[in-house]
Write a protein that binds this ligand. Structure first.
Ligand code: HEC
Length: 114
C-alpha cells in the first residue's frame, strides 16, 4: 500500500500532476455502469466527451471524480454533479428532467468509472 502510494506520487510528479488513471474499459463495466453509459450517450454525449481529454461544448468528463474539483471549482462529488444535471450550470441547461432516480444513480455509477 505504501509502495503503491509512492508510485502514484512519483507518476503524478513526473506527469506534472495533470494525468489521472485511465477509465475502466467498457468491456469491464457492470450492468448498472453499462446502463449509465447508455444514458451518458443519450443525455450528455452531445456536449461532453467521456473518454477523451478534450472539450466539446462543455468540459471533458474524463476522470471527473478522480480530480478533487469540477471545472467550476466546486468539489467533485455526487451532490454537485447531481445538481449540475438537475439544474444546469452556467451555459449547461438542466438535462435531468427525463431521468428518474434509478437512471441518475446509474449515470453517476458510470461517471465514477471515468
Ligand atoms: C447542451 C449541452 C450539454 C449537455 C447535454 C450536458 N452538458 Fe454538462 N456542461 C455543458 C457546458 C457548456 C458546461 C460548462 C458550463 C459552464 O461552466 O458554464 C457543462 C458543465 C458540466 C459539468 C461541470 C460543472 C462544474 O461545476 O464545473 C459537469 C459535471 C457536467 N456538465 C455534467 C454533465 C452530465 C453528466 C450531462 C448528462 C446528464 C451533461 N453535463 C449534459 C453542456 C452540456
Amino acid at each position: 500500500m505504501v509502495r503503491a502510494c509512492f508510485l502514484l506520487m512519483l507518476a503524478c510528479a513526473l506527469a506534472g500532476c495533470k494525468s489521472v488513471p485511465p477509465p475502466t474499459p467498457l468491456s469491464q463495466l457492470n450492468e448498472q455502469q453499462m446502463h449509465g453509459h447508455a444514458l451518458f450517450e443519450t443525455h450528455c454525449g452531445a456536449c461532453h466527451y467521456d473518454r477523451r481529454d478534450a472539450a466539446l461544448h462543455g468540459p471533458s468528463l474524463l476522470g471527473v471524480y478522480k480530480k478533487p474539483y469540477l471545472p467550476s471549482g466546486a468539489p467533485a462529488n455526487d451532490d454537485r454533479v447531481t445538481a449540475t444535471i438537475m439544474h444546469g450550470h452556467g451555459l449547461m441547461p438542466a438535462v435531468g428532467n427525463q431521468m428518474d432516480q434509478q437512471d441518475l444513480d446509474d449515470l453517476l455509477a458510470y461517471l465514477h468509472t471515468l
